[in-house]
Design a protein around this ligand. Sequence first.
Ligand code: BG6
Length: 492
Amino acid sequence: MKKPLENCTFVIIGATGNLARTKLMPALYHLYVDDLLPKDIHILGIARSIADRKEWLAELKTDLKERARGGLDESIFEGFCRRLDCLRSGLKTKEDYRLLSDYIGQQKFSNNIAFYFSLPPSMYASIATSLSEVNLLTEDQGWRRVVVEKPFGSDLETARNLQRHFERYLKESQIYRIDHYLGKETVQNVQVFRFANLLLEPLWNRNYIDHVQISHAETIGIGSRSAYYDGIGALRDMIQSHLLQLLSLVAMEPPVSMQAEDLRDEKVKLLRSISPIAKGAVSSHAFRAQYAAGDVKGNAIKSYLQEDNIPQDSVCETYAALKLYINNWRWRGVPFYLRTGKRMKEKHSMIAICFRQTPKQFFRTSQVEQFKPNWLLIGIQPDESLRIELTVKKPGLDMKTKVISLDASFNDEEGRDGYEGLLLDVMEGDHSLFLRADEVEASWKIIDPVLHSWSSQQDYIQTYPAASWGPDEALRLFEKEGQYWRSSLEPE
Ligand code: BG6
């Protein structure tokens, strides 16, 4: 049984932005519905564009009507609103921060305060400085925690600078670098699946595994996020954080324990074992592209360059693929392929592990096709599942085979979002599912050579039609002829 949570104040800086509206507020509402929040919590939303409390709550209600699991319950929503406060402020000047500090003091909010920086990463450093100047980060009367989204920095150097800046005002124990993928049910299940079952461990290495694919595809484009996305791109937005986290969970050694530091030590060790991509080898290890116009069932879809506020010469990638090798005893020589794309044909994220071919194809003469290798598929979304593909005999007199899939699907009926558990972890002070500074640094080291190479090629980017599986040219990353991206959990 977990201890009941201490009372706290949860401050969202940037409360009217996309993240707060689509993820944070729905997550807090769901936690409230499930009675998991501290009883006297205050949630304080701060934004320049908040007109007044009434209007803010009305907008929140509209958002939650669309997003609340099982629909919005009016009476529960009323109770939730009693826990909410808002402050209209651009948090630009010293005076703004002084007013914030006074406001928190006057309202008699709890002195345990979490600040969620739900703003562009370029603002993190100045917010930390300003909060510290009005003593809001000092832990003399209660804990003070800061939650930041990825990307933490925009490359290795800026991440190090930001870290040095944070260290002036915050202890590492006060910083929560969030990666919402670590809050996803199936992602957590990767650890349980690997470390609570003996069956797979003997196979989990270079002797049996041919290659690993970690793939994230979404049908949405960049929507209203041009200010954030252009200049960030898919490599920083998805691969540097979420997909490298998935890779480290799949490939790391068993940790000493499941405690935060032991777990993070193992992930860092794994990330540090990834072979650096040499400057001259970027094109054989990385691929980028941008969505062009397309259509779905006759409905036209805009190209990236037609999205609002995108410069017409932007070469920002909306699709990125990477091939990495882990230079350790377990994985040496096994390619790990990572892929992400916006405006893809279907929404799907999965980890696909392809085993080696059997050493001898016994039944080759009696059937047309060569045996398919075994695959182990971990569906992350929309299907949360675990499937193992095996070749079996087709019933009948002929020696014919087919591929079947052993399905251990575990869809979370509740459809919880990764943010719910992670916000609770912040309130509880549990860092296990948050990134440590050295982990972020190790991730930037991996992708820095690619970022630098791409940033020097500003005159051209390959395109792919919206609503497609991305450019075929990305197949060139595969080491072997005939290999392809798995895009489905169904046997192929
Ligand atoms: C975010 C990225 O971190 O993750 C978005 O900034 C992306 O661009 C999103 O769409 C994907 O998350 P999920 O949970 O929908 O796969």
